[in-house]
Design a protein around this ligand. Structure first.
Ligand code: AMP
Length: 281
């Protein structure tokens, strides 16, 4: 397994290692867990070459302490990458990604406006910029993103469509703990009490899904169900719970097409996001 640490080195690696059929790309911020591993596995199955990037991207953090506290464990990450047969790990230094006078930001499209976009100003501009840079360096045929970050996936799909990247974007199902909590690098920062409580996010989303499956289509009533379920916890602080169209991410009143319930919540200073799809059959 090779390791390269700058865009220049990545270009050179690609030149020297042309893919036989296709190159799969899995972008991450490291602290790898089974969610990231699912992306790597799928890329390995569908491509003859897999590139993993690990880069804690400063421009997508709108709160400095969140960036500083973000878990980093490169040695363990490299062992996991090796285990999954990754061909090259792209580990660019911050200096090699952003010169001091860096200005060429990529503006995210409309899917970035609500929810995460409204609550984390600048976040998606950081995401689209870094993903464009990573795509340019790794030139993949397919790129793998988790549905865990559902809005991010929609924003990336718009980026690829509107900027004509010849890349197939693959959304991978969310990997969960046995009690339903979505795996996240941030989970390690939860207190024991918060960790025990946090499964309520999934059980509340499941209760919405049940109401939806029973025929309810009015989003205010479905969201009402989510709020009622969350009242069982005194620890969690909800930031938002919204139902929107699955591809545009714009809010809807009534579910007629595929929709998604997206949620952000806090336990002390740890912010968790999750979602569940609501698809009329
Ligand atoms: P991150 O390192 O948090 O930027 O995540 C890198 C990629 O892994 C993103 O595409 C995430 O959506 C995906 N990911 C994170 N957690 C999970 C999970 N629990 N299940 C599936 N994919 C995930």
């Amino acid at each position: 397994m090779d390791i390269v640490v700058s865009p220049h080195q990545m270009h050179e690696w690609i030149r020297n290692h042309p893919a036989q059929k296709s190159r799969g790309f899995v972008p991450t911020m490291g602290a790898l867990h089974r969610g990231h591993e699912a992306l790597l596995q799928q890329s390995r199955t569908e491509n003859d070459q897999t590139v993993l990037s690990i880069f804690v991207n400063p421009t997508q953090f709108n709160v400095a302490s969140d960036f500083e506290n973000y878990p980093r464990n490169f040695d363990r990450d490299l062992a996991i990458a090796e285990h999954h047969g990754v061909d090259v790990v792209y580990l660019p230094s911050t200096d090699s990604m952003y010169s001091v006078d860096f200005h060429s930001y990529v503006e995210p499209s409309t899917a970035s406006i609500p929810m995460e976009g409204a609550n984390r100003p600048g976040h998606f501009r950081g995401v689209t910029t870094v993903v464009a840079k990573l795509f340019n360096a790794t030139r993949p045929h397919r790129a793998y993103f988790g549905k865990k970050d559902f809005q991010q996936l929609a924003v990336i799909r718009q980026l690829v469509n509107e900027l004509d990247y010849p890349i197939e974007i693959i959304g991978v199902d969310t990997v969960r703990e046995s009690d339903g909590l979505a795996l996240s690098s941030r989970n390690q920062r939860l207190s024991q009490q918060a960790r025990n409580d946090a499964s309520i996010i999934f059980s509340a989303m499941t209760s919405v899904q049940q109401l939806f499956q029973a025929g309810e289509r009015a989003t205010t009533l479905l969201i009402g169900q989510f709020h009622r379920h969350l009242e069982k916890s005194s620890l969690i602080e909800l930031e938002y719970a919204e139902i929107s169209d699955s591809s545009t991410l714009q809010p809807i009143q009534h579910i007629k097409h595929d929709a998604v319930l997206c949620v952000a919540a806090w336990y002390d200073d740890v912010r968790l996001i999750d979602n569940v799809e609501l698809c009329p059959t």
